[in-house]
Design a protein around this ligand. Structure first.
Ligand SMILES: Cc1cc2nc3c(=O)[nH]c(=O)nc-3n(C[C@H](O)[C@H](O)[C@H](O)COP(=O)(O)OP(=O)(O)OC[C@H]3O[C@@H](n4cnc5c(N)ncnc54)[C@H](O)[C@@H]3O)c2cc1C
Length: 461
């Protein structure tokens, strides 16, 4: 059943497979000067360029992108968005318990700004605000889910706990035992339409964008930064490295980032009968509670986007050939039909992978280079579609001297842990991925191993 369902899937992101995909802009072919150079045309880079021009319209802001806007993670995610800027409330409580109240306010502000930019600029990114649903897939997760619910209530979220019967009113899957539905200011967007809309907005605000323009070298010259590209160069006062899991711009970025990949499937559009068979009337973005979790959402034309299954390649290759092999998506397709057995016969239209910038913090951090003239903002760990707007705002402030009160909080000044280099990184990742895949079913040595990895900083259980 699984191989038949995958037989005709295009091996490319559903989000980018559109006839209205914008033209790629010409590359940089001359020497240029700028107040700010942004490297990377994903959400972090686009939001940074937009906010920089909004704050100082007289400044020259240049954005260079190695391929095309949204070709990285930003054109490939599930597209579920919510208020947290630290990968969810539980993670925020784990890493910065003292700043949680401030982070909650910042997260709310960030989402208000996110929604306002979309609506004021008419960016039609198919935004739906049905909320976010966190589900337990076995009884042992229900207590954690109750804690999660209590935490949401404590911080004023409009969240409801759903037992198995109540959850079935929202989504029908034999796997789901309970859920927490966070109703407000969360939902789903079409990520590529969002990125392309932000690109248009950036151009309208006067940002110069050069695509097919990779940063090749970066060094200091007379107190400014000089970045070279294959056919041009930029001398800039400040440089933001918004290069996510690709880590371009400084060789030390990789000490704190593990570039892993995640797989995603899109189904063909569901019929009305198939929609009725799964429920999902409120169209929430859904995550399950495991680390090697599945997440899913509906598209405007009622496809299911279904993701999960992390993997790591030696030396952090972000796009190994194996990710274009159809059969490697079979386990994910199998998980889909375990989740929705009533959809037997449904076929997948697209299959793809995307690079995730995993950090022990599981959320954005800021690495400073060249006496603070260069900042890398990344480490979102698969939770950055809306948090990237916040990451960009803080990165800009750090580049400008950290004047905002929030830039003095621990999240902006402290770094996540260093992760061991190769070959230990690869070895550790293989054992961990294997343990995550089977821990739920078989337990045994895998659980102590996952506890050990958690003690190193990654929250895996
Ligand atoms: C499969 C998957 C599912 C996800 N699901 C969700 C989700 O449901 N919700 C959520 O909130 N987050 C999700 N995320 C995470 C989210 O997509 C990212 O956190 C976010 O898109 C990061 O944006 P970014 O701009 O930092 O990185 P990217 O979008 O990766 O942008 C980095 C850019 O830098 C460019 N670049 C690299 N090297 C160079 C160079 N040398 N010169 C110039 N440019 C360069 C790349 O081409 C790329 O375009 C998911 C991610 C993946 C991969």
């Amino acid at each position: 059943m699984v191989s038949k369902a995958l037989a005709d899937a295009k091996m490319e992101p559903f989000w980018l497979d559109r006839s209205d995909r914008p033209e790629t802009l010409p590359p940089l072919t001359a020497p240029r000067k700028a107040d700010l150079l942004v490297v990377g045309g994903g959400f972090t880079g686009l939001w940074a360029a937009i906010q920089a021009r909004q704050a100082a319209p007289e400044h020259t802001v240049i954005l260079i992108e190695k391929a095309s806007v949204a070709s990285g993670a930003s054109g490939r995610p599930g597209g579920v968005v919510s208020t947290s800027v630290m990968h969810g409330l539980s993670n925020a409580t784990r890493i910065f318990p003292g700043d949680i109240a401030a982070l909650e306010v910042l997260g709310q502000e960030n989402m208000r700004g996110f929604m306002q930019t979309i609506s004021e600029n008419g960016i039609d990114c198919h935004a739906e605000w049905g909320g976010e649903l966190n589900v337990a897939i076995d009884d042992s997760q229900i207590d954690s889910l109750r804690d999660e619910h209590a935490l949401h209530l404590k911080y004023g979220h409009n969240a409801v706990f759903l037992d198995e019967a109540a959850l079935a009113e929202h989504i029908r899957s034999p796997r789901y035992k309970a859920g927490v539905w966070t109703k407000d200011v969360a939902g789903t967007v079409h990520p590529a339409l969002l990125a392309w809309g932000l690109k248009q907005l950036a151009l309208k605000l006067g940002v110069e964008i050069y695509e097919n323009t990779p940063l090749e070298t970066i060094d200091e010259t007379g107190g400014r930064m000089r970045v070279t590209t294959p056919h041009g160069s930029v001398v800039a006062d400040r440089v933001l490295l918004a290069t996510n899991a690709f880590m371009a711009g400084h060789r030390h970025i990789k000490r704190r980032i593990v570039p892993i990949r995640d797989r995603v499937l899109a189904t063909e559009p569901l019929t009305d009968a198939q929609m009725a068979a799964i429920g999902w009337g409120n169209r929430q973005g859904i995550y399950d509670m495991r680390t090697q979790m599945n997440y899913m959402r509906l598209t405007r034309d009622n496809r299911i986007i279904f993701g999960g299954r992390l993997a790591y390649a030696f030396n952090g290759d972000t796009s190994p050939p194996i990710d274009r092999e159809r059969e490697t998506y079979a386990p994910l397709a199998g998980a889909f039909f375990e989740t929705f057995p009533q959809l037997e016969g449904l076929r997948f239209s697209h299959a793809w992978s995307g690079a995730i910038d995993l950090s022990t913090r599981m959320a954005v951090h800021f690495q400073r280079y060249f006496d603070g003239k260069v900042v890398y903002a990344g480490g979102y760990s698969g939770f950055g579609v809306s948090a990237s707007r916040f990451g960009a705002r803080i990165a800009l402030d750090i580049l400008n001297g950290s004047h905002l009160p929030e830039s003095k909080l621990e999240f902006a000044t402290r770094l996540p842990s260093i992760v061991p280099p190769e070959p230990f990184r690869w070895l550790g990742a293989q054992i961990t991925m294997n343990a995550l895949d089977t821990a739920d079913r078989k337990g045994g040595w895998r659980l102590p191993w996952l506890k050990f990895v958690s003690a190193l900083g990654f929250p895996l259980h």
